[in-house]
Design a protein around this ligand. Sequence first.
Ligand code: BMA
Length: 329
Amino acid sequence: MSTIIGSNLPNLPWEDKPTGSIEPMWRFSKNPVIGWDPTPSVARVYNSAVLPHEGAFIGVFRADHKNGRANIHFGRSKDGINFDIDDHVIPWVDESGAPKPVSFAYDPRFVKIDDTFYVIWCDDLNGHSIGMGYTKDLKTWVRLPNPLMPYNRNGVLFPRKINGKYKLLSRPSDTAHTPFGDIFVSESPDLIHWGNHKLVMRKGGQGWWQGTKIGAGPVPIETTEGWLLFYHGVSNTCNGYVYSIGAVLLDIDEPSKVLYRCGNYLLTPQKDYEVSGFVPNVAFPCQNIYDAESGRIAIYYGAADTYTAISFCQVDEVIDYIKKHNEVF
Ligand code: BMA
């Protein structure tokens, strides 16, 4: 039996698998949970990350403004489904408290380590790279130095140190809509100095859904079977990219080592809100939250670069599925 090593969350957003479904991951019937024009200055909120906090939920939201530029807003929710999102961007400061705004920011991940909330996003460092910052009180938001040089995207921090080091997944890329990409892991003693970069896994495999590029998704979940990492895989079609959700198990002590990798996607764009929108055919996971006791996992994903949606899975079932469809490449 596979078990999540982590905390319990009895108020996790959840819906049982629809009767008759054979899929290892299923969608919330009330999707999308965030639609067009969610605040006066924002057109679309998607590719966002939610965390439980003091019996309710908080989140960092990718908000594409009505001038088309992306930034990150903070928001709150009582139930993890209905959100109250700030109409202003997160007011980042530097370590001295002086304002340090971002030029653009997108695809945030959100993780709590000890008493600190960390945000990792795609930042502008003379080109797309990884940005990182933290808050302890949800009021003062402090930027850290960029961990990696451009061009890079999909930075994901592990939820605890591994062998005394912070670990960061990333996906080296290029200046625009990168047509390639593999996942790497870097480590740091202090979240400032990063090195010992290692390849985790490449795009490809027998299935074409992850044949063009891949990128880490939500914060990895610690389980008795390894780190459960959901990620996005991209296929290049004559009608453009298609983004699907896949999963892999990484070694607990050496996360550059892949234990099992699912050859099938777990979720691919099918619903209207996934196949139709600002960018059609995108399911882009940025966060998962879970209840360790029941093994339930809720995944927040961006749909069609327009909506925020939720999908669900059960840790035992999804790990069995990954192992059953394991593909070594
Ligand atoms: C990627 C990122 C994501 C986006 C996806 C599909 O390169 O920019 O934010 O969801 O493309 O457009």
